[in-house]
Design a protein around this ligand. Sequence first.
Ligand SMILES: Cc1cc2nc3c(=O)[nH]c(=O)nc-3n(C[C@H](O)[C@H](O)[C@H](O)COP(=O)(O)OP(=O)(O)OC[C@H]3O[C@@H](n4cnc5c(N)ncnc54)[C@H](O)[C@@H]3O)c2cc1C
Length: 460
Amino acid sequence: MADKKRIVVIGAGISGLTTAYLLYKKGVEAVVLEKNEVVGGSIESISENGFLFDRGPNSALETTPVISYLVDELNLKEEFLYANKKGNKRYILRDNKLHALPMSPPAFFKTKLFSAKAKLRLFAEPFIGRSDNGYYQSIAEFVTCRLGEEFLDYAINPFVAGVYAGKPEELSVKSAFPKLYALEEKYGGLIVGTIRSIRERKRRAEVSKQSAKMISFKEGMQTLPFAITNALGQKVITSAEVKSIEKEETGYKVIFNFKGSLKSIKCDAVLSTIPSYAADNLFSKFDSGVKKHFDAIYYPPVLVYYLVYKRENIKQELDGFGFLIPSKEKKSFLGAIWSSVIFPGRTDDDKAAFTIFIGGARNPEFVNENREELLKRVRKEFEELMKINNDPIYSAERFWEKAIPQYNLGYIEHENYFDEFEKKNPGLFLSGNYRGGISVGDCIKNAEIVANKVFGKMNN
Ligand SMILES: Cc1cc2nc3c(=O)[nH]c(=O)nc-3n(C[C@H](O)[C@H](O)[C@H](O)COP(=O)(O)OP(=O)(O)OC[C@H]3O[C@@H](n4cnc5c(N)ncnc54)[C@H](O)[C@@H]3O)c2cc1C
């Protein structure tokens, strides 16, 4: 195998590990360099005092067959979990009350989440024509125009906080929600588009994000990065921070700090899956113009607050995924996942665990507040909404200084520049959650696309 091609993958988050694994299965030698001691990146699962706390993603949507491929390949069937059906029910806060998000036309007409006027407004949607370029149109503008302001405030605003920890006024509809925009682009409207695309998907037997199943693992989300790492063995090197990349006569040399000393590795190609703000240092020397694009992608801070209570002290019925809070409701947090309802084994049955999200692009200023006071206020608001009449028996936090990349207005210019960068610099590839989608499912789906692209180019 003297002519076996070698790629260095920078970053052992789910993007880097999945791509490396798929390339390894194609016969490429993929060496993964990760600066942290532990793999997983944004995926972190901690077991403490009998509680399982997912400090990043709590679940993923099974939107790609690559997930079940990995589960089979890595012998994870025993570990794999589908969410409890109760997890399909989601609540939105309005006027200090939790309203179930309507999931059927009769439930929609009955719900108090939207006023009669807002419901009637939906009938106008099929008659609103196509809008202009969605790359420069925010999801807020798009939804206000098509569905009205109340729908923006009480459906899209909390949804955007739940997915991106983002602000609808800033996210580009076409870059951040390409499938939603495609309904308008392809079919002329959301209602007609939804009906027709369901029919077409049924014919092609595809799964949509709305109907994709929610998954995790008995020991939490980090099971998947751990299992890929085990399969790749010594090809994943942790505590290895990449410091620079040098172009050689053929291929590249990657220089990294391994436990205090500088090492290097020669390779045919380099795939970066690190966040854009970190990629800036490594790649700007190949093209000074790329820096401004890496730096322009905003990652707001998020604080994850985990609380466990005795079940007997909670009066709110625990029959759903959790709730999201529209910004109009003026609370100190974005929403809460009812973690122990969704997947079994997160706590004993007589307890309930919750994961609360604070900050995001809606309120990045929380970082300047006194942390203790902020958490006290969040806890008070949460306990009132959940009708909890006693203190938590366990709590923990995880602060993400730069949590999730925002596909804001103008993002398309960054995306185009990254494409150009790859064309101008053969053998250098840019990936990770700032391209191709931020969800774990999208990162895995994109890993397959990237692995095929890289394999094709390396063997040209
Ligand atoms: C709080 C939070 C909640 C979330 N909730 C969900 C959810 O419920 N569902 C969902 O689908 N998604 C969720 N996401 C999004 C999802 O988890 C991430 O988008 C995804 O895991 C990112 O994977 P990645 O591999 O692209 O990047 P990352 O996970 O960021 O991995 C990049 C890796 O690169 C490493 N690195 C950086 N610089 C260097 C260097 N110089 N040398 C070597 N290594 C380096 C980092 O240490 C890191 O391990 C959430 C994210 C956060 C932060």
